[in-house]
Design a protein around this ligand. Sequence first.
Ligand SMILES: *[C@@H]1O[C@H](CO)[C@@H](O)[C@H](O)[C@H]1NC(C)=O
Length: 386
Amino acid sequence: MKLSKYKCRGAFIATVLAAALRLGLSVFIKEEVFMPNQPDAVPTLLIIGTAKGGTTDLFEQLTAGIVNLDPSRPDPPFPQKPSKEPGLLSRGGVDASEMLPKRPQYIEYLRLLSHPCSEATKGSFHECMATNATKQYTLDATPTYFFSAVAPQYLRQFSSLSKIIMMIRDPVERAEVLYRHFVLAEGQWPDQSIDDLATDFFKAIHTEEGVVPALQRAASCSYGDVVCLADSWRDISGFTFMDSLENKLFAAGLYRYALAVWRYHYFKPGRVLVVDSHAFFERRVDAMEKVIRFLYGRPMLHSERMLAASGGVWRKVVVTSLPKLTLSPPVRQQLSEFYEQHVMQGLFRMLSDMRDEGAWMFGFDGEPWNECPGFKEFNAARKSKL
Ligand SMILES: *[C@@H]1O[C@H](CO)[C@@H](O)[C@H](O)[C@H]1NC(C)=O
């Protein structure tokens, strides 16, 4: 499969890092710190995206019986056969005026997560949380959460200390593979090629009043201005064009804006791990070693290592050469330029800032990111116990 190429031109410089590197000084980053899992973190862990970024495979790696029920596992297990995508936090109908979740919604969420206290009566609920909640971990792997502007705020009302994993895949490739998934696995868009959908997406941006200025505003936020980026995404995701699956297919690739909302409202030091999907696909054992340390604060068990080493990363959709499933060179170019402006230009600045804020990182040290501004500085920084 052809990776889209980003020229990543432009003048982004991580000033301090670049200056220090020129002087030959080592740049130190903080050590990644394990944070204990809180009994009232519901769920314990969320995998918030991105679709086609490896979320299903990661979910399997964490919940498969061979690791989950391993007698030598020191941590509480996940429920057996949990549903992967409860989706409650980004469900339609949740708006700012009803941001405070009501008890029935909380209980419904516990049920969707197969939480040990979901069946507790009102009278025994607190006792159950004190005694039984710690006996099991819970996991919500809904890969559309990351681009929901309400999900992080809604989650904060339920649980302020859950851990989060975000997987990031090249945005052009992500859109293409997700389109294939919808066509081949779900029978969507029998008469529309991916070129048709991309062309309609760009039309929709220019048709709905206010979208172009909102995108321009987002692009002109300074890279480190989380509030500006988060506000911009809140505006963009409020437009009607974001209601259609077709447009979301492309708009959800705008990680840099969408994650700003999570950074602003939810992320906590030591409780966020950002995973490069491409590195996960190629080096799953290394990736899982990091995930296990992030999640449990320990080395991998034998069973976890065996599972991560066996088979390739599970992907639902086979690669195909049907022309409608592949972007034509001009449309690919148009999408690449769109993402280059809105994502790639500031991506490594975002990753560096998040790392400074205590997020864990895996990958982002090779293709397809190596031409992006800030790549070298990001990867040259060394770990220390500052
Ligand atoms: C805790 O779990 C046990 C066994 O699963 C159950 O019998 C007990 O009623 C639960 N306690 C509460 C307070 O719900």
